[in-house]
Ligand binder design. Structure first.
Ligand code: ATP
Ligand code: MG
Length: 440
């Protein structure tokens, strides 16, 4: 990994307690316990990273990370409820029931042969426990806003990279040379989008400028990491802002190539409207503390790609059912090149898509089967979502709303359309036409 540490000149700014708004009331009691214990044992102990940033920005942190000059082994000696994790980066986890306080030793990014570093023949870093000073630890972090330290010894905030003013001015700024930092770790491009979306911060122009040009680097990132990052981007309550950020900074084609192509080709904008509506629904569910599922999320994100693929296959004369299956498989397979979507999510995602065509079927037997399908609820919610793209589904939505209460009454109330009349000759043609628009 290239180094950027030595070239960065840092100057320490100490913001005393009476000049910043971080109060111990905002910090988890367990994190405070860890900080005090380290401090009382003669170690340096600071809250660091996202928690300090969020507290300064007036948001409630979701977890609390601690940085210290104690080694992981020393930390382990201080806490009975501590386990050491990680080979490449050794970290201490202090466990309090469901809350884990992560304690990391100040680390340097340098490669000067000091410290405990082991590199594999193929260049992979196996062990990277190069401990350093708090300054080293600050400049190896990604954004200035993420490199602030709340020091438990005097309750001051310590700022080595100008992060304090950046948080007050609400900007995300990379530490060091932006292009070099993105090349070092392309996932930082997504972190820029995600954190600015989450906090409502601007991305500083120098940090934003290289994004469209370097978007292709994302293909070098580990697909599993991209999946994790996607979940954070889209299932944490700021999915719409994240999606718009990806579009604005040219990252969408790198992350979701087929969806980006389908959106560009869809002149009416209906597919984009529906996608954004789906993400808005996700954000509302998160805000209301309702569960959200990765399968439904990816069904929304990849639906434009699925529709496009489906229409192409049908244009080639592939019959509807076969085309649906093949489109679902194709889109999933292609997306796996970039994002490692686990099968436990991709299978239900495909089921949500494949169930859509069942909603126009009104024969009693089929209605009962559809209602008892384990994916019915998600697939029906998806159908409702499709209203954002087209009013063609209103009748189906009304039917299935009634059918959930009483299938027989619903069948009587909403007689099947001509296209559902068993084997009527015009059915095929009409169905095909219906599907082509229903694909939106
Ligand atoms: P949140 O937890 O709100 O999603 P966060 O900033 O805490 O945001 P984490 O992934 O928990 O994000 O990372 C904790 C800290 O580790 C960051 O604040 C940053 O200082 C550092 N960090 C994380 N990822 C990187 C990276 N790719 N490069 C450099 N530093 C990083
Ligand atoms: Mg965090």
């Amino acid at each position: 990994m290239p180094t950027n540490t030595p070239s960065l000149v840092t100057s320490l700014r100490i913001i005393p307690r009476d000049q910043h708004p971080i109060s111990r009331k905002g910090i988890s009691p367990n994190a405070l316990r860890v900080l005090y214990r380290l401090h009382e044992s003669g170690h340096r102990a600071c809250l660091v990273g996202g928690a300090v940033r969020d507290l300064l920005a007036g948001q409630a942190p979701k977890d609390f990370d601690v940085a210290t000059d104690a080694t992981p082994e020393q930390v382990k000696h201080l806490f009975r409820n501590c386990r050491l994790i990680g080979r490449r980066f050794r970290l201490a986890h202090v466990v309090f029931g469901r809350e884990i306080i992560e304690v990391a030793t100040f680390r340097a990014n340098s490669d000067d042969g000091s410290g405990d570093r082991e590199v594999h023949d193929d260049g992979r870093v196996l062990r990277d426990n190069v401990y350093g000073t708090i300054e080293d630890d600050a400049v190896r972090r990604d954004f200035t806003a993420n490199a602030l330290y709340y020091d438990i010894s005097d309750f001051s905030v310590r700022d080595y990279v100008g992060g304090f003013d950046d948080v007050l001015n609400r900007v995300m700024r990379l530490i060091g040379d932006p292009e070099a930092r993105y090349r070092e770790d392309p996932v930082r491009m997504l972190r820029a989008i995600r954190l600015s979306a989450k906090l409502g911060f601007d991305i500083e122009p120098g940090t934003a400028a290289p994004l469209p040009r370097l978007a292709g680097l994302l293909s070098e990132a580990a697909p599993a990491r991209l999946f994790e990052e996607c979940l954070k981007m889209f299932l944490s309550g700021h999915a719409v802002a994240s999606f718009e950020g990806l579009e604005r900074h040219g990252l969408l084609p790198a992350l979701f190539p087929e969806t980006a192509a389908a959106l560009a080709a869809n002149r009416s904008g209906a597919l984009r409207r529906m996608l954004v509506e789906g993400l808005r629904g996700t954000d509302q569910r998160v805000a209301a503390d309702e569960p959200v599922s990765p399968a439904f999320l990816f069904a929304v994100l990849l639906w434009p790609a699925y529709c496009r693929s489906l229409m192409a296959l049908q244009a080639q004369g592939v019959n509807a059912t076969e085309a649906e299956r093949r489109a679902a498989d194709r889109v999933t397979l292609h997306q796996l090149n970039t994002i490692a979507l686990p099968r436990r999510f991709s299978l239900p995602m495909q089921e949500i898509w494949l169930m859509q065509s069942r909603f126009s079927q009104r024969q009693r037997k089929r209605v009962v089967r559809t209602l008892s399908h384990p994916r019915f609820r998600a697939a029906f919610d998806f159908l409702v979502l499709r209203r954002a793209a087209s009013s063609a589904h209103d009748e189906d939505i009304a039917f299935w709303q009634d059918a959930q209460k009483n299938p027989d009454a619903a069948i009587a109330l909403h007689p099947a359309g001509a296209e559902d009349d068993a084997e009527a000759a015009p059915r095929k043609r009409r169905r095909r036409r219906r599907r082509a628009t229903a694909a939106e």
